[in-house]
Design a protein around this ligand. Sequence first.
Ligand SMILES: NC(=O)c1ccc[n+]([C@@H]2O[C@H](COP(=O)([O-])OP(=O)(O)OC[C@H]3O[C@@H](n4cnc5c(N)ncnc54)[C@H](O)[C@@H]3O)[C@@H](O)[C@H]2O)c1
Length: 436
Amino acid sequence: MKISVIGSGYVGLVTAACFAETGLDVWCMDMDEAKIADLRAGLCPIYEPGLPELLRRNAEEGRLHFSTSLAEVLSGSEAAFIAVGTPEGEDGSADIRYVRNAAHSVGRLMTGDLVVVVKSTVPVGTSAEVENILHEELDLRGADFCVDVASNPEFLKEGHAVNDFMVPDRVIVGAESERARALMAAIYRPFLHSEDCLLIMDRASSELTKYTANAMLATRISFMNDIANLCEKVGASVDMVRMGIGMDRRIGSSFLQAGCGYGGSCFPKDVKALIATAARHGSSLSVLEAVEKVNEAQKKVLFAKISRHFHGALAGRTVAVWGLAFKPGTDDMREAPSLTLIRALLDAGCSVRVFDPVAMEKARALLGHDVFFADDMYDAACGAEALALVTEWEQFRLPDWTRLRDLMQAPVIFDGRNIFGVEETKNAGFTLYRIG
Ligand SMILES: NC(=O)c1ccc[n+]([C@@H]2O[C@H](COP(=O)([O-])OP(=O)(O)OC[C@H]3O[C@@H](n4cnc5c(N)ncnc54)[C@H](O)[C@@H]3O)[C@@H](O)[C@H]2O)c1
């Protein structure tokens, strides 16, 4: 069976590679010519563990193809997955213009019956709108193809994306025709460890499930950050509180880690988009409004701690930053908390030396010459009066403390992810500030 994937970013590439792995003939399309040229040359445009090997092997074995021509990828396809970006619009709602554009193009170029699958994260009603667009385009052409539209939100986590796709907790499908339901069940069958983990529902519920999942995870993080700030005031340890509640099976231990705020390509924009959806329907999501407010404040917490340590006298000081990507395991810099900290430090007149194991190139595009891009984590700490840990990459967890202390001008650490032990750093001669 031939299927096509429109949009070759984090979601599109993982989707395409994993479907190809099951034996489908997958055609991946993007309008970014440089991206497609890289992919054709065997280069993976993003950092995602396991993905380059999967792309290369399936391309070599003839099951995965890359093209900038939508006509080519659609020709003979039985399903077309739309996996284009849905960034934050000016008013906080999701900007679905790329989805609309893709739908118009599919309607103009499809050459036979097709199931169009909306994989992008889209507000309730978008799949129905995509269906209308497709019918409009087909009517204009006088074409009489059968087109069904399904919603199939993606739940992968960057850094674990291949495994999340291959072994999903659940697959959500919103479909309102038997043909779409049957096709989706058939192509997802290889990934389902039990029949129950394919959940087929109406499209509106499917679209809302995606936003609700991200909103719930963001809520847990902001809630714990709020508690962390209270812990600091009352002399409690948020790590102890986290473990204490995480062992309660009703609560569970995931997404309870306090830190310097969530970022990334999904949580910030999806929380805002869900709030905007509610507002558009005359409703309000007060809990989520607070979640967002707490997160905005939390992204500033490290800077506030650094500033307080130096009694506000920051100009001329050198600060090292370990970790730039919004989380470990990815080079994605979208809405990364590191950017909030670095910009505040620069505004205060600091020199900033940064290091990230994989996101240096993407960070360079955003920060230009404003910061010093170090060769490694120790180079970043050279001459620094403070070190801020923002992204908890494994390689930062057990540094050579003696080497670090000798390199720094002053042994002070601001741990934005609570990865360093209090005793360990104290014994090594460091002053440690944590969250909560
Ligand atoms: N990144 C994640 O972890 C993640 C997880 C789950 C869901 N999502 C959702 O999936 C969607 C895609 O996210 P992403 O991170 O993969 O985005 P991305 O920005 O990495 O990739 C989107 C790609 O679509 C291409 N594109 C845009 N319009 C196009 C068109 N008309 N035709 C062909 N290509 C087009 C862009 O050039 C880009 O390469 C978003 O809605 C996002 O919210 C993302």
